[in-house]
Design a protein around this ligand. Structure first.
Ligand code: HEM
Length: 414
């Protein structure tokens, strides 16, 4: 058995039993981050904070929510919103952080694409990130069903209906997912279980895995510079902090991130108290009616781009479905579709830079048109934007191979 000395304080007592000092070193004070990064690298920590807000506000909502199709709507819209003191605070905090988390996820993804942070040993960071994106999508979809309003019901119907298009298995699969022939009580209770238990637990495990996958390749930097961490850490430890290219996660990096979080929280509280409407659909303040289809069904803003790919191929439902499925999974392959070994910001990779901005504009176009009614010119623009997305994915290996062969980038490292 290990030897225990009389502890000279609580920390020492804990350290002898749990090695907390070594743990703090490994996770905080001796976890090294490049100096050459900007505020956009704080998005990961902002996401962690938003997820924490979602969990805490969700726990409070759970105290009054009733997962029953006859009670769910009132438990949210009457009990929580009108009867429970400060119930509205938790509901608004939950809805606003659910919407903002997608905005920040998209920014975080585009920062990673712009700086090429998914390459050279960072593939697993990207893949675990994409898994988080898919799980957050499932989490948001299952949460949207819980108030059992008109949009909850009809969005659940439209999305679960998609599975019926799968050859052979489809129709049976839909009934199995719903636990009924139409979305009903069994559907609500199983999505409730997914939303409050299974998905959050898997998300927590994946966040830890995402952090762990950063450990060996290290965080990228603004120039894509390959840093000799051992040498730079040596300088830092010898007191030559100014010359060293790295800083410690704590206190250096995290204290700056905390500043970004505080600034972000000003926006968050403003939205939560005064502009929460953007995070809630007005149609969902009507209780679900299985006999009254809303004139125009659309998902939350963060799903609109992929929804528009589904609708864009208005002349063929099957094509729309195939490309919708394609759009859901293809971004997992980004590190392998980009054939150029150069890790550099997009402005130093001319061809890639054009590709990046066309992709960004295309996704914004898809998002805007995904909300508009599918008629006339909207159909044509939606179709062009959907085809452009597919072509961009096909073009990526080609332009990055050209880049690789012509060394058409001015900076970064291989
Ligand atoms: C809630 C979900 C997520 C959390 C909590 C999270 C957290 C983090 C954190 C703390 C970092 C390190 C600092 C930084 O670069 O911001 C990071 C880096 C990274 N994340 Fe995420 N992330 C999430 C989702 C995603 C998604 C959806 C993707 C993309 C598919 C992604 C891809 C990456 C990449 C490529 C890096 C490395 C950046 C670099 O080396 O410069 N993450 N993430």
């Amino acid at each position: 058995m290990a030897e225990f000395k009389k502890a000279d304080g609580f920390i020492d007592w804990l350290d002898q039993r749990l090695a907390v000092k070594s743990l703090t070193k490994v996770l905080m004070t001796e976890y090294w981050i490049p100096k050459n990064i900007n505020w956009l690298w704080a998005m990961g920590v902002v996401l962690t904070m938003l997820f924490t807000v979602l969990v805490i506000s969700g726990i409070f909502l759970l105290m009054y929510y009733k997962p029953d199709i006859n009670l769910a709507f009132d438990s949210v819209n009457k009990t929580i919103m009108n009867e429970v003191e400060y119930g509205w605070v938790w509901r608004h905090a939950h809805a606003v952080s659910a919407s903002l988390i997608f905005l920040i996820i998209y920014i975080h993804m585009f920062v990673a694409i712009y700086y090429g942070s998914y390459k050279r040993g960072r593939e697993m960071i990207w893949i675990t990130g994409m898994l988080l994106f898919v799980l957050f999508s499932a989490e948001a979809f299952s949460g949207y069903m819980l108030p059992w309003g008109q949009m909850s019901y009809w969005a659940a119907k439209v999305i679960t209906d998609l599975f019926s298009k799968i050859p052979f298995l489809g129709p049976d699969l839909v009934v199995w997912i719903r636990g009924n022939f139409i979305p009903a009580d069994a559907t609500l209770t199983r999505f409730f279980m997914l939303h409050v238990f299974l998905l959050p637990v898997v998300i927590m495990i994946l966040i830890v895995t995402h952090f762990y996958s950063l450990r060996i390749p290290h965080v990228n930097n603004q120039e894509g510079e390959e840093i000799d961490f051992e040498k730079e850490v040596e300088k830092y430890k010898n007191g030559n902090k100014k010359e060293s290219k790295v800083v410690a996660f704590w206190p250096d990096f995290l204290s700056k991130d905390i500043f970004v979080i505080c600034t972000f929280m000003i926006l968050f509280f403003y939205l939560m108290c005064f502009k929460f409407g953007f995070a809630m659909d007005p149609i969902n303040f009507d209780p679900a009616d299985t006999l009254k289809t809303p004139a125009h069904i659309y998902p939350e803003w963060y799903f609109l781009w992929s929804y528009e790919i589904l609708r864009g191929f208005y002349m063929s439902e099957s094509l729309g479905l195939i490309f919708f499925g394609f759009a859901q999974v293809i971004l997992f392959a980004l590190p392998f579709l980009d054939r150029s070994p150069v890790v550099a910001p997009a402005h130093k990779r001319p061809l890639f830079c054009i590709w990046f901005f066309v992709l960004l504009i295309d996704l914004i176009t898809l998002t805007i048109f995904g909300k508009l009614p599918p008629e006339g010119i909207n159909n044509i623009i939606g179709f062009i934007a959907a085809v452009t997305f597919i072509l961009l994915i096909v073009a990526l290996p080609i332009i990055t191979t050209i880049e690789k062969n012509s060394k058409c980038s001015n900076g970064g490292t291989k």
